[in-house]
Design a protein around this ligand. Sequence first.
Ligand SMILES: C[S@@+](CC[C@H](N)C(=O)[O-])C[C@H]1O[C@@H](n2cnc3c(N)ncnc32)[C@H](O)[C@@H]1O
Length: 363
Amino acid sequence: MDTQQVVLHMNHGTGDNSYANNSIIQKKVMREAKGIVEESIKRLYTIIPVHCFKVADLGCSSGPNALQLVSNVMDIVDTTTSNLNLKPPVFQFFLNDLYGNDFNSIFKSLPKFLESLEEKKGHKLGPCFINATPGTFYRRLFPNDSLHFVHSSFSLHWLSQAPKKVVNKENIHLTSTSPPGMHKAYLEQFQKDFKVFLKLRSQEVVAGGGMVLTLFGRDKTRDIRTVWTIIGTILNDMVLENLIEATKLESFNLPLYDPTIEEARKVIEKEGSFSLQRLEAVIMGWDANINEGVDENNKLDLNMRSQFITKQHRAALEPLLKAQFGENVMDKLFLRFKTKVVQLMEEKNLEFPTLLVSLIKNA
Ligand SMILES: C[S@@+](CC[C@H](N)C(=O)[O-])C[C@H]1O[C@@H](n2cnc3c(N)ncnc32)[C@H](O)[C@@H]1O
């Protein structure tokens, strides 16, 4: 098995650097997409008779976001069935992520979650079965025609692998100075992976079923790749200081790609199994949603904002970086990252586009 399928995961548990405690930006992305999810499910209810509503969340990770889709969908279906005077369905949710994901944390949080659902909804809603489906979404995960709705939030920018045969000695991703051949190699890997993803899901989703996807995007004015450039520069400095072996940096590239709207559209249209309902970008700050749960009057300085940004990135990138460069350099790496982000924030507004995609499976 490809090692990425085991090594790639977000930081486990509920500690200070865990994904559970550092995924507020992704929570905001889910909130941005909620209206589109609602639109897709409402449409579905008008065309398909649903007795057991089967929903998959691909790349669910762990922490509060992993169950957010479940409550969002139940809220939407509750309102939709009440408005249409229909009996609420039975729900079956499939939470998918790679094998190294912290599924145990999700399972442990289920009793409390289900209890709170029951308190909120009473017995008005149908029974809700929550299953885990470990494995890569670049392979088949479900039987033919078995899903009504597929959701994937902030996961599809992860490629199945970094492009092979790319010589990128001093960096870990594309930078503004990367040669065109490297851009081409990353784009081709994205095109190949996204096409496979769509083809596989088209076999699993019923005709007329819906799919809502969100992922890192790219446009000319805002560049999320700055994050990967900063990390690459810091790792390169660490090589020069003999803290990291040069060969480790030379052999590592991040398996991530942030497509433009046009790049994503071309793959969807060429693959052809889904009709495009929406494809748009929302722009968010690197510290989006930082004020969630914080007193509005509590002014956050650059240092606090940079600390927030660093922890969010550490929670997502540390397992992969640790496996390549060693645990002992992680604190140093992210301390330097934090300092660099403060400097950058003094110079400019740090923002990135997120792509929101809504699709319908063709008959
Ligand atoms: C940034 S997290 C997003 C988690 C959650 N959906 C959220 O919005 O907070 C991305 C997740 O995608 C998962 N992932 C990446 N590649 C995957 C693949 N090929 N198959 C399944 N999950 C994958 C990662 O393991 C990670 O948990």
